[in-house]
Design a protein around this ligand. Structure first.
Ligand code: HEM
Ligand SMILES: [Cu+2]
Length: 558
């Protein structure tokens, strides 16, 4: 099929009604509406996961288990981790990619708009299924976000429909939804690019989404199959993973991590892409080493498929296998280091504008470097054997998930907010949000590293009083992070309702999405752009397209 064959029926469709707030509650097939639906839905779940985090930190502010019942504590960390990953991080990133990818490659929509809408509507469905487990006898799942058997097979109430059962159904639906998304993104990027938009003219963000979605396609079937097999073990008594019946519990860990390690790159690659878009705009310089940055995303995606056993160094894994996976894991730092170098070189000597999106991106980069260092420490077998299952690991992955991914998402929200809504956000509130988040993240998660090195285990409601000091600091940081969302919510709602009207290109950025109105019309481009140059032409006076730009505009951009 060629480009025109896919697109023709869309152009021929009759006039769409304008987008109003009601549109967001419909089965819309417009990628921009779906993008915002994903973002808003997942942000609501971010708040729920955040409330659970506050309860966890409230429990841990004293050494005794005195705030909630221990089973409630188990449910809290399990649901916190599950919601933050499956209902915040994954869907919010898919939402942003949905909004941006068609605009950035000069397409009118995704390749399969209806599939896109179905994939989105599965998110509230599995979100509600997961939350419904609070109303069952025995409450939600308690086996942690990774649901290792035999713990996850315990079923203390003896009911068929229990918290773990709903958890597994939710995760399986989430997998199906994400596979649909993967098919759609990969097809869109391969097939729907505007004339002249060659692979090496695509923004680095699109390369990152492309690489991340390829991982979804090869990895997710393993997790989804593992979840279904565990569900069968739990409900109809098969024995894939149940050691008591001759099953193999470690096999589940393979299914789980074969996807869930690459999944961290599904998460982090688009955030790397966001950094690659934001640093050039606010430094007024081209992205340093653009082609290498673009290809390194694919390389990371490739290597990510061969490192999963680093989560299983303490699962009775044979020594030779540990060494192989230790080396392959360390290799990921090569393409990743290239990117970090490229961003620093982009910022270096640039005319920096420290607006909110730039602050969030810089803060995210700093915390990513820290997370990268602790990550390399963890990839080393002797260190991991020592700190496995301690707070050191929790500290490490929160620097990734909060410090880098969530901060990167905020950078993206502020940067593309004027495009999405046609309104400007309030800079003062944005900066307040940044400083609360940056200080809160470090206060919350830095203390987890000394705690882990001293031996404090994760997933415990009570601990030895010698750990009290760092836990108090961490809880204060946690509450600060809870508060940091308030100026954000105020800013987003207030600006969307009554913010100053945004021009088409408020940041003087180069990219196809900035050549259309804010917010973009339903079909994105009245005339499909003809791309004639590489992205990030800051400081050069070449136009990006042959047909959409006015000459004065290009001069103004440099
Ligand atoms: C204010 C913000 C947050 C706080 C205070 C917080 C706190 C915590 C704590 C203390 C734990 C360990 C629980 C235990 O082992 O008993 C935990 C686990 C976890 N958190 Fe967070 N967190 C926050 C935000 C996030 C975000 C944004 C994400 C992901 C994007 C996330 C993902 C996870 C995951 C995956 C786990 C592992 C759950 C498990 O062990 O099964 N957290 N969090
Ligand atoms: Cu991993």
């Amino acid at each position: 099929m060629t480009n025109t064959q896919i697109e023709k029926p869309k152009i021929a469709e009759p006039h769409h009604p304008p987008t109003t707030w009601k549109t967001y509650f419909t089965f819309s097939t417009d990628h921009k509406v779906i993008g915002i639906q994903y973002i808003v839905t997942s942000f609501l779940f971010f708040l729920i996961g955040g409330i659970f985090a506050m309860i966890i930190r409230g429990e841990l502010i004293t050494p005794e288990a005195d705030l909630v019942d221990r089973t409630v504590y188990n449910a809290m960390f399990t649901m916190h981790g599950t919601i933050m990953l499956f209902l915040w991080t994954f869907p919010v990133l898919v939402g942003l990619a949905n909004y941006l990818v068609p605009l950035m490659i000069g397409a009118r929509d995704m390749a399969f708009p209806r599939l896109n809408a179905v994939a989105f509507w599965m998110v509230p469905v599995f979100g509600i299924i997961l939350m419904a487990s609070f109303f069952l006898p025995g409450g939600p799942a308690q086996a942690g976000w990774w649901s290792y058997p035999p713990v996850s097979l315990q079923n203390p109430t003896g009911n068929l429909i229990n918290g773990q059962f709903l958890w597994l159904i939710a995760v399986a639906i989430s997998g199906v939804s994400s596979i649909m998304g993967g098919v759609n993104f990969v097809t869109t990027i391969v097939k729907m690019r505007a004339p002249g938009m060659t692979f090496f003219r695509m923004p680095a963000y699109v390369w990152a989404v492309f690489s991340a979605q390829i991982i979804q396609l090869f990895g997710l079937p393993a997790l989804t199959a593992g979840a279904v097999m565990l569900l069968l073990d739990l409900s109809i008594g098969t024995a894939f993973f149940d050691p008591a019946k001759g099953g193999n519990a470690v096999l589940f860990q393979h299914f789980f991590w074969f996807y869930s390690h690459p999944a961290v790159y599904v998460i982090i690659l688009p955030v790397f892409g966001i950094f690659s878009e934001i640093f050039p705009v606010y430094s007024r310089k081209p992205l340093f080493g653009y082609k290498v940055v673009a290809v390194s995303s694919l390389l990371i995606a490739g290597v990510s498929g061969f490192v999963w056993v680093h989560h299983m160094f303490a699962s009775g894994t044979p020594a030779w296998m540990r060494i192989v996976f230790m080396i392959s894991t360390m290799f990921v730092s090569v393409p990743t280091g290239i990117k970090v170098f490229a961003w620093v070189a982009t910022i270096w000597g640039g005319k920096l504008r420290l607006t909110t999106p730039m602050l969030f991106a810089l803060g995210g980069l700093i915390m990513f470097v820290f997370a990268g260092i602790t990550g390399i420490m963890l990839s080393s077998v002797p260190i991991d054997i020592h700190v496995n299952n301690t707070y050191f690991v929790v500290g490490h992955f929160h620097y990734v998930l909060y410090g880098t991914v969530t901060m990167g998402m905020f950078a993206a929200f502020y940067h593309w907010f004027p495009k999405m809504t046609g309104r400007m956000y309030y800079e003062g509130l944005g900066k307040l949000h940044f400083w609360l988040s940056f200080i809160g993240t470090n206060l919350n998660f830095l203390p987890m590293h000394p705690l882990g090195l001293q031996g404090m285990l994760r997933r415990v409601a009570s601990y030895d009083p010698e750990y009290a000091f760092w836990n108090v600091i961490a809880s204060i940081g946690g509450f600060l992070l809870g508060m940091s969302t308030l100026p954000f919510i105020l800013n987003m709602i207030g600006s969307w309702v009554q913010g100053e009207k945004a021009p088409d290109n408020p940041w003087r950025a180069i990219g196809l999405e900035w050549l259309v109105a804010s917010p973009p019309p339903v079909e994105n481009f009245e005339e499909i752009p003809v791309v004639i140059s590489e992205p990030y032409g800051y400081g050069k006076s070449e136009p990006l397209t042959a047909n959409l730009e006015k000459q004065e505009l290009i001069k103004d951009l440099n």
